[in-house]
Design a protein around this ligand. Structure first.
Ligand code: SF4
Length: 92
């Protein structure tokens, strides 16, 4: 099942999926410095709510997407080393 190790990695990028990813589009995104995994583009972005010790400034009132993250939902990207990584077999 896995558990959060409080590494903060999931708060340091934004991922979105492009439904019609083509090799040309993949090349384009990569030339812009973005990492592409399949149809998913990963853009480095550190959450403004992340404290230096990887705790969340708004933990008790954080956005739903953060509160529900366990890597179990389709489309979620699980960072390497995430405590949920082994339970999903996925990584980014
Ligand atoms: S990447 Fe995984 S282990 Fe690290 S803070 Fe996010 S949920 Fe927790």
């Amino acid at each position: 099942m896995g558990e959060c190790l409080k590494c903060g990695a999931c708060c340091k990028f934004v991922a979105f999926t492009v439904s019609d990813m083509t090799p040309d589009r993949r090349d384009y995104y990569q030339t812009k410095g973005f990492r592409v995994e399949g149809s998913t583009i990963l853009i480095p972005h550190i959450s403004k709510q992340l404290n230096e010790d990887n705790t969340c400034k708004v933990h008790d009132n954080k956005p739903k997407i953060c509160a529900e993250f366990t890597g179990q939902k389709e489309g979620y990207v699980v960072p390497r080393g995430c405590g949920y990584e082994e339970s999903t077999g996925k990584e980014c």
